[in-house]
Design a binder for this molecule. Structure first.
Ligand code: IPM
Ligand code: MG
Length: 361
């Protein structure tokens, strides 16, 4: 098949990890007979520097015309100016909204080989395999807000949700759970927040259509605890934008490192293959402290490519081949610094990419 992929390399370690992900796509293309056309576009801090805006119109237009979008990471201290009119992060939020990517899928699966890399006890971690689905275009990130401005007296953000916004993401999560272990935890703060009570009411209505699912409604503070107390008991977790952001950073430590976790953002827009036009990115940030040193873990980006092949191109075998190759490389002991432990040899970003590529070939 032929596919057009927009690549947003971004800032910090974004370009480094994305280069490895593209390398893997090329190997997949050769081995399975596909042609991937890449269209590199600017977004984030690099776009502010070159074009004066974090999300150029041209980038949005290219993304809308693509089959999928691959993103590295954006942001850095250089653009961290409280009074600046634009920030790199606005680019990410803008493109999520422009492509109507209302559901962010973040699988958290422990690679047994990395059980020692986590700060959590191995017997608690064993069997952890969950899919967190984060609502991505509503809530606190997009509700009415007031900036404090120069005088800095008052500011607010609003957690605004409508019934259809909650319905569609809960339905997507329920469908995902039906294809997995048929368990769903819906996270809210219904004991305090009005938006949390709406979330729970709508989730309850939607989930009544899925009698086969084992459902639990969990308060977000309680979920923060349960994630490290009984992680293996969760299958699919669905939550709002803000809570999902926080819980997935926490959950990433179950998998050993943020450097391991990919994500897929999906909505209703379809690509030229009739499949969801998705955006794929590691859940980690641009890590400016280690940028340019060639030490970042490219596996989250590589695994994001596997999600891209599966969800936006329907290439499940190819996706599996990448995941198997990553497993095999970890089995053989290759580690970047973030997942290393004493006594192992630490490899660079590029070598890690090469090792996965060799396995795939
Ligand atoms: C994420 C990130 C982003 C978010 C930032 C970079 C805007 O933390 O994708 O989890 O908060 O959504
Ligand atoms: Mg985050």
């Amino acid at each position: 098949m032929e596919a057009k992929i927009v690549v947003l390399d971004g800032d910090g370690i974004g370009p480094e990890v994305t280069a490895e992900a593209v390398k893997i796509l090329d190997v997949v293309g050769e081995r399975f007979g596909h042609t991937f056309h890449y269209d590199h576009q600017l977004m984030g801090g690099c776009a502010i520097d070159e074009l004066g805006t974090s999300l150029p119109d041209e980038t949005v237009a290219a993304a809308k015309a693509a089959d999928a979008v691959l993103l590295g990471a954006v942001g850095g201290p250089k653009w961290d100016i409280p009074t600046a009119p634009d920030r790199p992060e606005r680019g990410i939020l803008g493109i999520r909204k422009a492509l109507e990517l209302f559901a962010n899928l973040r699988p958290v699966k422990l690679n047994e080989q990395l059980i020692e890399a986590s700060t959590i006890k191995p017997d608690v971690l064993a069997g952890t395999d969950m899919l967190v689905i984060r609502e991505l275009t509503g809530g606190l990130y997009f509700g009415p807000r007031k900036e404090a401005g120069e005088e800095g007296f008052e500011a607010y953000d609003t957690m605004l949700y409508t019934r259809p916004e909650i319905e569609r993401v809960v339905r997507l999560a329920a469908d995902a759970a039906m294809g997995r272990r048929k368990k769903l935890a819906s996270v809210d703060k219904a004991n305090v927040l009005a938006s949390g009570r709406l979330w729970r009411r709508v989730a309850t209505d939607v989930l009544a259509e899925y009698p086969e699912l084992e459902v639990e409604h969990v308060l977000v503070d309680s979920m923060a605890m349960h994630l490290i107390r009984r992680p293996a008991s969760f299958d699919v977790i669905v939550s709002n934008n803000m809570f999902g952001d926080i819980l997935t950073d926490e959950a990433s430590m179950l998998a050993g490192s943020m450097g391991m976790l990919p994500s897929a953002s999906l909505g209703d827009l379809k690509n030229s293959h009739g499949l969801p036009l998705g955006l794929y990115e590691p859940i980690h940030g641009s890590a400016p402290d280690i940028a340019g040193q060639g030490i970042a873990n490219p596996l989250a980006a590589v695994l994001s490519v596997a999600m891209l092949l599966r969800h936006s191109l329907g290439l499940a075998d190819e996706a599996q081949a990448i995941e198997d190759a990553v497993d095999a490389v970890l089995d053989e002991g290759a580690r970047t610094g973030d997942i290393a432990h004493e006594g192992v040899e630490v490899v660079s970003t590029q070598v890690m990419g090469d090792l996965v590529a060799e396995k795939l070939e």
